[in-house]
Design a protein around this ligand. Structure first.
Ligand code: 8LH
Length: 466
């Protein structure tokens, strides 16, 4: 079997809960992480038909889907055959949950084995529910512990989880991994009134080695610290790992956080459905972008029209396949995000492909102006590098006749507004390739997000949500 050299590689997955690596090893599973990628791919190609057969046998959702596509799970023995497996889209999952409430007919495990229920906030549509099995929860924790080890977190370290603990799986996933790693976990949370300000006191008191949140939250925390004359460098945080939105791989955001907290920023994260969502994550020795831990979740970067994997070096949309989940397994879940992947030597010695600049954003959030594609993160990156930027902005998209226009309203905290406006206009022109109107507003004009930021205000009639 191709997976013989890989530690604890079996289906269904399950891990020795007492295992911890050699304290001097940078790797949790040295073979799995540093093996010849072709050998790893061969083992993954043996696993895929097992997972697909399991989903087909245990869920009406996948049976229906694959019968309609005329697909026999046992025939998925080549990468070409795998590339023909139809993608799953979120709308299908939502519909399945409406038709077979509350969790849809893709659960695959008996109700008695459900261990955790989670849900999304539903801000971008009908909320989705998750019903995660007991075995899966343990495997998720194990995988996240392994990835946290790769980031440099060690048993005994204090891990401060400063994100929502309600309708957000991110915090729970970070917590489960840190617990399995035998860390001291503080499930601090976020979102209740006054919590950000109080976090300053708790961080000073607990001096955590690692901290988890969304990038927006960390920026907000730095701002509140400044207002309250607290120096966040005194918290002694060594590793700040982020997921949930672009930011940790946006250079100006990353620099701002690293400077404010005197720390190391680590990007990670795929989608809540894909938990263990840390399967895309940077490491201590490969700090930029994210490595794709292919033996946990199989990541492809695909052409957004054909859903076929694009060659390394190219851009596309991530498509994810669980290799270890038995409850609500996702097989070729389409993210509709944008990224670029490559296969090169990683500083940490792991032989995984990577997304060198992370996930830039969602295809739907990309703004198309006169033939140019503009990413909101590019605008963020430009503004944050200009001295006096007040910390928030909005990108207003309008349409005059058949032409789309964008305008940026940016906060400024200084005395030379026209200088700031000039710098912002020329910076945006350079990056966006178009003249962009800049309107300068006072600091604190815009609300700060303590979860995921949304800075685009789309005022075009035809894109208005019904
Ligand atoms: C990201 C990133 C990232 C997520 N860079 N964009 O946090 C991970 C999980 C729990 C999560 O956020 O799941 P959720 O709420 O389903 O949102 C998924 C979306 O969030 C994903 O499709 C991306 O658009 C975005 N995202 N992590 C850039 N590191």
């Amino acid at each position: 079997m191709a997976g013989d050299a890989m530690e604890e590689w079996h289906w269904p997955a399950g891990y020795d809960q007492e295992y911890l690596p050699d304290p001097d090893s940078p790797y949790w599973f040295p073979n799995r992480e540093t093996m010849d990628p072709e050998e790893r791919d061969a083992a993954i190609l043996e696993r895929l038909p097992q997972v697909i057969q399991y989903a087909y046998d245990n869920s009406p959702f996948y049976k229906r889907k694959y019968d309609e596509a005329g697909l026999e799970p046992k025939d998925i023995t080549t990468w070409e055959a795998f590339s023909q497996v139809p993608v799953v889209v979120k709308e299908e999952l939502r519909q399945a949950q409406i038709d077979a409430p509350p969790f849809g007919d893709y659960g695959c495990i008996p109700d008695s084995e459900v261990h955790h229920i989670h849900g999304t906030s539903g801000t971008t549509g009908t909320p989705t529910g998750f019903a995660i099995g007991r075995r899966d929860w343990e495997v998720i924790a194990d995988n996240h512990a392994r990835i946290l080890w790769g980031m440099g977190v060690r048993p005994g370290d204090t891990v401060f989880v400063s994100a929502l603990f309600s309708l957000y799986l991110g915090s729970w996933g970070a917590m489960s991994g840190a617990e399995r790693l035998r860390c001291k976990v503080f499930p601090y949370g976020a979102g209740a009134s006054g919590m950000t300000s109080r976090a300053l006191g708790w961080l000073a008191r607990t001096q955590p080695k690692a901290f988890y949140a969304t990038p927006s939250y960390a920026l907000r925390l730095a701002e509140v610290a400044e207002e309250e004359k607290v120096d966040p460098r005194e918290f002694g945080i060594k590793i700040m790992f982020f997921s949930g939105e672009p930011g940790a791989s946006v250079p100006a955001v990353r620099n701002k956080i690293e400077k404010a907290f005197d720390t190391r920023v680590v990007d990670c994260g795929t989608m809540a459905e894909m938990t263990p969502f840390m399967s895309a994550s940077a490491t201590d020795g490969s700090p930029d972008g994210m490595l794709l831990w292919q033996d946990i979740v199989y990541h492809e970067i695909c052409d957004p029209d054909t859903y076929k994997a694009v060659p390394y070096g190219d851009e596309g949309t991530p498509v994810y396949t669980h290799l270890e989940r038995t409850s609500q397994p996702m097989i070729r879940l389409l993210s509709k995000d944008l990224s670029r992947w490559e296969m090169k030597e990683n500083g940490c010695g792991r032989t995984y492909p990577s997304m060198p600049v992370g996930v830039y954003g969602r295809i739907d959030d990309m703004i198309h102006i006169r033939g140019e594609n503009v990413y909101p993160t590019e605008i963020d990156n430009v503004l944050r590098e200009i001295s006096g930027y007040g910390g928030e902005h909005r990108v207003i998209v309008t349409r005059t006749g058949s032409m789309d226009e964008i305008k940026v309203r940016a906060e400024y905290d200084g005395s030379d507004t026209s200088e700031f406006e000039k710098a912002a206009s020329s910076g945006l022109h350079r990056v966006v390739g178009l003249r962009v109107g800049v309107e300068v507003v006072e600091k604190d004009t815009f609300e700060r997000s303590e979860h995921k930021a949304n800075r685009v205000v789309d005022e075009r009639e035809h894109t208005k949500k019904q």
